[in-house]
Ligand binder design. Structure first.
Ligand code: SF4
Ligand code: SF4
Length: 63
């Protein structure tokens, strides 16, 4: 059985809105919404995890 694709879950309390994850996303799936990173284009996210790796505040978890 194929492994289920993971998606980034952003902790709104931990996100400082630095935009690093937005710059790192190869698929431009993230944007700031009210100064918090958000997966605004869920269909474009391939679950690569680069956003989670790049966040200096560990605000993103792949689930
Ligand atoms: S998992 Fe990859 S494609 Fe999805 S939002 Fe993060 S960096 Fe972008
Ligand atoms: S890298 Fe982390 S702190 Fe910066 S905008 Fe993205 S989720 Fe928020």
């Amino acid at each position: 059985m194929a492994e289920e694709k993971k998606s980034p879950v952003i902790d709104k309390e931990m996100c400082t809105g630095c935009e690093i994850c937005i710059d790192e996303c190869p698929n431009k799936a993230l944007e700031l919404v009210d100064d918090i990173a958000s997966v605004v284009r869920v269909q474009d996210c391939d679950g690569c995890g680069k956003c989670a790796e790049s966040c200096p505040n560990e605000a993103i978890t792949m689930k």
